[in-house]
Design a protein around this ligand. Structure first.
Ligand SMILES: Nc1nc2c(ncn2[C@@H]2O[C@H](COP(=O)(O)OP(=O)(O)OP(=O)(O)O)[C@@H](O)[C@H]2O)c(=O)[nH]1
Ligand SMILES: [Mg+2]
Length: 285
């Protein structure tokens, strides 16, 4: 018996759809099956003139597989201090500027199973690392720190930053249909096998002096990660975390400039998601 062209197309579309979602879930179960119950932990530490803080942060780390410290051209002996405190530390010199570029360079270097993002200024408590890792072992792809769930908190956030963060994570939740409680928080952990999927800007690209900071290279990095993880439909568990005040030194963050970069990132990532969906549809038509 013959099958009309329309029916044939519909079957093909259904097959392709089913094939794509089967492919996605096969990839996801393949990832799950290769993830160990006792993962090797790689801690990635972006640091810009944090020598004094590292003296308190590095000795407080639990035993881990490796610490990758990404230096942003510090002039206060950050790298030397890290090596003195932790002779096995892996140090990386980033090629552009910004925390985002530092993290991308660090992620590319890890050899462990799990990546933990830990600020060098003493604001992230190393004692919380096992809680982040436990969330991953329990099934999350991405363990996202939050200061705004019971058990979390901040000794550092200003009223303006709190308000801005609330506005931005509400924007995120509406755009991506998520329910995150904290967007701009730097303490997160994820399985290292996700690094290629995050598709971060090429950390090795060298830009001429005077070039504006590339998108993704600055403090918008946490937003970029959250958007990519949400767009990929990965499993995210929020982990309550207490942000402490930086111990010594000055912040590198400029509330309004960096808030604008976060907002711009939300808009471009939403556009990227829409474009990917359109391409998917075109492929299916
Ligand atoms: N390698 C590198 N690290 C950076 C750069 N900018 C910031 N960092 C590090 O990223 C972490 C977070 O930066 P902070 O300046 O503390 O920003 P913040 O946490 O938003 O602000 P605070 O309220 O001061 O804590 C710290 O460990 C910084 O040293 C950079 O351009 N390169
Ligand atoms: Mg800080």
């Amino acid at each position: 018996m013959g099958v009309s062209r329309r029916e044939a197309e519909t079957v093909a579309r259904g097959d392709l759809s089913a094939h794509r979602s089967a492919h996605r879930s096969a990839q996801s179960s393949e990832r799950m099956s290769t993830r160990p119950a006792q993962p090797r932990i790689s801690v990635v530490v972006p640091a810009l003139n944090e020598a004094r803080n590292l003296r308190e942060v590095l000795p407080a780390l639990p035993p881990v597989h490796e610490v990758v410290l990404v230096d942003g051209g510090s002039v206060d002996g950050t790298v030397e201090t890290a090596r003195e405190l932790l002779p096995g530390v892996v140090t990386v010199a980033q090629l552009r500027r910004g925390k985002g570029n530092a993290l991308a360079a660090g992620f590319a270097k890890v050899t462990g199973d799990v990546v933990v993002m830990l600020d060098a200024d003493g604001s992230a408590d190393p004692a919380e690392i096992p809680r982040f890792v436990a969330a991953l072992v329990d099934g999350a792809d991405f363990a996202k720190g939050t200061r705004f769930r019971p058990g979390g908190g901040s000794e550092d956030i200003t009223p303006v930053r709190r308000l801005g963060n609330r506005f931005l994570h509400t924007w995120m939740n509406v755009s991506f249909r998520t329910r995150f409680t904290d967007l701009c928080y730097g303490y997160n952990a994820f399985w290292a096998d996700l690094v290629p999927l995050l598709d971060l800007p090429d950390h090795e690209l060298v830009t001429p002096a005077g070039t504006p900071m590339l998108w993704g290279d600055g403090f918008e990095i946490e937003t970029l990660l959250t958007c990519r993880v949400a767009a990929a439909g990965l499993a995210v568990t929020e982990v309550p975390s207490v942000e402490r005040a930086r111990i010594h030194g000055e912040t590198n963050l400029r509330t309004f400039r960096d808030g604008f970069r976060v907002l711009h990132t939300l808009r471009t990532e939403k556009a990227r998601l829409a474009r990917d969906r359109r391409l998917d549809r075109e492929l299916l038509d």
